[in-house]
Design a binder for this molecule. Structure first.
Ligand SMILES: Cc1ncc(COP(=O)(O)O)c(C=O)c1O
Length: 421
C-alpha cells in the first residue's frame, strides 16, 4: 500500500508539463516561414528561460559592480550573488565545497586550465594520458599541446568496430598502466549520445594511480551528476548548454589537487601578495580566476541551476528518454535514414545521415520549415573518420522539446528525399 502511494508520488513528480515549460522560453515563441521554431540543436547550445534573462537584466540594472573589491553596497551585492551562484553550482553536482568550483569561460577553457596548471607541471617523458576516439576536439587538442610541451604520450581508447558508438573497454585494460597519469574522457558523447560507464573507468584508473577528468558538457545539463559518488578528480561543463548564458563554464576539481596546482593565468584577484620580485597566490577558487570574471554570466548560471532544480533533473531525464525512444523509432522507420550509435545507455542525442543527401543540404531544407538541427563533424573529426563520413546530421533534445517536433523532423526528411533523391 505504502509502496503504491510512493510510486504514484514519484510518477507525479516526474511529470513535465512541456507546454508550460515552453512558455518560459521567449525564443521558442518565434516563428520562421510561418512555422514555430523547433530547436533540435541542444547539444550545441540551449535556449534561455525568462528567469535567466531577468537575472542578467537584474544584475546590470541593480547591482552592476566588480566583485571582491568594492566596499559600497552594490559591489557587496554583486559579490554575494556571484558567490551564491558558485554555491548553487557546487550543490548541483554535489561538490564537497564551493571552493572546488572554478568559474571558467566554458568546458573548453576548463580542460585547458587542467592541461596547463596540472599537465605542464606533472607530466614528463614516459608518462601517458589516455583519452578516447569519442572525444570532442576540446578534450583532444589541449592534451596534444600538453604532450608536445612535456614529452608525455597521448593514447586513445578506440571505438568498437564496426562503430556502434561505444568504447572498446577491453582496450582500456590494455592501455591503462602505471605510466598512465590521467584518463580524460567524455561522460556523454556529443555525437552518439552514448553515456560512458565512467564509474567503472574511474575505478580502473584509480587502480593504477591515474587521475580522471570527466568532460561532462553533455551530461550535467541532462541528468543528476554527483562528483563525490563518481569520485572523479576533475569534471568540466559549460553554462550555455544548461540554459545559462554563454561565456561561463565550470571546472570542479578535488581540493588537494587545486591547492597543489599552479595558477592558470596571472593578474588581479588571483594573488595574495605582489612584490617586485615575486608573488603569492590567493586561496582556491580565486587562485584560478584571474582578472574580472564573467560576473553576470555566473549569476545567470545560478538562475539556470535554480530553474533546472525546480523542474527536477530526474523529470528532465525521464522526459528526454521518452523523446529519444520516440525519435529512434520514428527515424528507424523513415526511408533512407542511417542511424549512428546504438549503445544501451544513451542521452537525448541522435546522429544520422540520409542516403543520397548531404547533411548540409538536409539541414537547409529543414531550416525552411523552422527546424534547427546541426550538420557537420560536431567537433569530433576522429569519429567521422571512424564512421567514414565527412559529416552527420544531429538532432538533440532538451526538456522543452515535444514529440510533435520529432514528427516535423521526420516529415522534413521525407520532404528532402522527395526534393533531392
Ligand atoms: C562533449 C563536449 N565537450 C566539450 C564541449 C565544449 O564546450 P564549450 O564550447 O562550451 O567550451 C562540447 C561542446 O559542444 C561538447 O559537446
Amino acid at each position: 500500500m505504502l509502496k503504491t502511494v510512493k510510486n504514484s508520488v514519484k510518477n507525479d513528480s516526474n511529470f513535465i508539463d512541456v507546454e508550460k515549460v515552453r512558455r518560459d522560453f521567449p525564443l521558442l515563441q518565434n516563428h520562421y516561414n510561418g512555422r514555430p521554431i523547433a530547436f533540435l540543436d541542444n547539444a550545441a547550445t540551449t535556449q534561455k528561460p525568462q528567469v535567466v534573462l531577468d537575472k542578467l537584466n537584474e544584475f546590470y540594472t541593480q547591482y552592476n559592480a566588480n566583485v571582491h573589491r568594492a566596499i559600497y553596497h552594490i559591489g557587496e551585492q554583486a559579490t554575494r550573488e556571484y558567490e551564491d551562484a558558485r554555491k548553487k553550482v557546487s550543490d548541483f553536482i554535489n561538490a564537497p565545497d564551493p571552493s572546488t568550483i572554478i568559474f571558467t569561460r566554458g568546458a573548453t577553457e576548463a580542460i585547458n586550465l587542467v592541461a596547463y596548471s596540472w599537465g605542464r607541471h606533472n607530466l614528463s617523458p614516459g608518462d601517458e594520458i589516455l583519452i578516447t576516439e569519442m572525444e570532442h576536439h576540446s578534450n583532444i587538442i589541449p592534451w596534444q599541446l600538453a604532450v608536445k610541451d612535456t614529452g608525455a604520450t597521448l593514447r586513445y581508447i578506440p571505438l568498437h568496430l564496426p562503430v556502434d558508438g561505444t568504447l572498446d573497454l577491453q582496450s582500456l585494460e590494455v592501455n591503462l598502466t602505471n605510466r598512465t597519469k590521467l584518463v580524460a574522457i567524455v561522460h556523454q558523447s556529443n555525437v552518439f549520445g552514448t553515456i560512458n560507464p565512467v564509474k567503472k573507468i574511474i575505478k580502473a584508473a584509480q587502480s593504477v594511480g591515474a587521475l580522471v577528468l570527466l568532460d561532462s558538457a553533455q551530461s550535467v545539463p541532462h541528468s543528476k551528476v554527483d562528483v563525490q559518488a563518481l569520485d572523479c578528480d576533475f569534471l568540466v561543463f559549460s553554462g550555455h548548454k544548461m540554459m545559462g548564458p554563454s561565456g561561463v563554464g565550470v571546472l570542479y576539481a578535488k581540493e588537494t589537487l587545486l591547492n597543489s596546482m599552479e595558477p592558470f593565468m596571472g593578474g588581479g584577484e588571483m594573488i595574495s601578495t605582489v612584490s617586485m620580485e615575486y608573488s603569492t597566490w590567493n586561496d582556491i577558487p580565486w587562485k584560478f580566476e584571474a582578472g574580472t570574471p564573467n560576473i553576470a554570466q555566473a549569476i545567470g548560471l545560478g538562475a539556470a541551476v535554480d530553474y533546472l532544480n525546480e523542474l527536477n533533473m530526474e523529470s528532465i531525464h525521464a522526459h528526454e528518454n521518452e523523446l529519444m525512444d520516440y525519435a529512434s523509432d520514428m527515424l528507424k522507420n523513415t526511408p533512407r535514414v542511417i542511424l549512428y550509435g546504438n549503445g544501451s545507455k544513451r542521452g537525448a542525442i541522435i546522429s544520422f545521415n540520409v542516403e543520397g543527401i548531404h547533411p548540409h543540404d538536409l539541414a537547409q531544407i529543414l531550416d525552411q520549415d523552422g527546424i534547427a538541427v546541426r550538420a557537420g563533424h560536431h567537433c569530433a573529426q576522429p569519429i567521422m573518420k571512424r564512421l567514414n563520413v565527412p559529416a552527420t546530421t544531429r538532432a538533440s533534445f532538451y526538456v522543452y522539446n515535444t514529440k510533435d517536433e520529432i514528427d516535423r523532423l521526420c516529415e522534413g526528411i521525407e520532404k528532402a528525399i522527395n526534393l533531392l533523391c
